[in-house]
Ligand binder design. Structure first.
Ligand SMILES: NC(=O)c1ccc[n+]([C@@H]2O[C@H](COP(=O)([O-])OP(=O)(O)OC[C@H]3O[C@@H](n4cnc5c(N)ncnc54)[C@H](O)[C@@H]3O)[C@@H](O)[C@H]2O)c1
Length: 271
């Protein structure tokens, strides 16, 4: 997708971190912005900031795990700005800890936000974008963990691998339709993701159910911690080029190659 001016971008998890940075970057390209987030106050602040900076922005409190709410978000994009051209499925949460410590609620919350969220986004937006008949693009925020699992992030790894597959499926099925798909696969980025527990609903354990990273565990995470703005720049560039994969950290390449090598090697036992 190359034309941004006066087109509409919808970004879930847009009130902070990567989502907010991408919203600004797309605003600078002349797009109208719809931010969706579960955090009311942060969302109001984000929309106010974008508006002050001269962008056309609107916010809608949305739980991406709620299918009806995501449908209402699409209604909002069409009624407020007349359509949606870029949809970024970005809201996400992380629960840290070894698999044996994961509760059913840890799994349920991770699956609901990280996987059902983007599925709801595809269900609500893709048919409408096709019917709109204009160029469009979906961006899925997965993670490096969706390509190579991180230790002690089981449910996160599983949901992010599925998000990679979802982005690849959109890419394949939409070939020739004018709708592109990209999947963002970062290692660490400086955001509030480590405080995801702030949004954990009571019926899925509430904020205190999350185990936090210790400083030692944090220091063992692979990759540098990047700032959000250069990451947002990579997202915009990838949309323009129509790239499927968006890698942020050069140091991730060796791990992806090692995984691919292991898969290749195992074929020697195949029938
Ligand atoms: N920061 C990193 O190191 C990193 C690395 C790889 C991938 N990611 C992914 O990037 C995405 C954005 O996260 P971030 O790092 O900017 O963190 P963040 O916490 O700053 O942003 C996540 C946003 O999602 C919102 N959110 C949470 N649950 C929601 C729900 N049910 N419905 C709607 N909104 C909800 C939060 O309120 C928040 O504004 C996530 O999908 C995350 O998994 C982050």
């Amino acid at each position: 997708m190359k034309e941004f001016k006066d087109r509409v971008a919808v970004i879930t998890g847009g009130a902070s971190g990567i989502g907010f940075a991408v919203a600004r970057a797309l605003g600078r390209r002349g797009m109208k912005l719809v931010l969706a987030d579960i955090e009311t106050v942060a969302l109001e602040r984000a929309v106010a900031r974008l508006t002050e900076e001269g962008f056309k922005a609107s916010g809608m409190v949305t739980d991406v795990g709620d299918r009806a709410a995501v449908e209402a978000l699409a209604d909002h994009a069409w009624s407020r700005f007349g359509g949606a051209h870029i949809v970024m499925h970005n809201a996400g949460v992380a629960v840290f800890g070894p698999l044996q410590s994961m509760t059913d609620q840890d799994w349920a919350w991770s699956l609901r936000v990280n996987l059902q969220g983007p599925i709801n986004g595809v269900q609500a937006f893709l048919p409408r974008m096709l019917a709109q008949g204009e160029e469009g693009h979906m961006v899925f925020t997965a993670s490096f963990a969706g390509l190579v699992p991180n230790r002690d992030l089981g449910p996160y790894n599983v949901t992010k691998a599925a998000v990679v597959a979802l982005a690849e499926s959109v890419h394949k099925d939409m070939r020739g339709s004018g709708i592109g798909s990209s999947v963002l696969c970062p290692m660490r980025v400086e955001t509030a993701i480590d405080q995801s527990f702030r949004n954990r609903p009571a019926e899925l354990g509430g904020p205190t159910a999350n185990r936090s990273y210790s400083e030692e565990e944090r220091s063992q995470l692979q990759g540098r911690a990047l700032e959000v703005d250069p990451v947002a720049g990579l997202v915009v560039d990838a949309i323009i080029r129509g790239d499927l994969y968006i890698h942020t950290h050069g140091e991730a390449q060796v791990y992806v190659a090692k995984r691919a090598e292991k898969i290749q090697e195992s074929f020697k036992h195949a029938l």
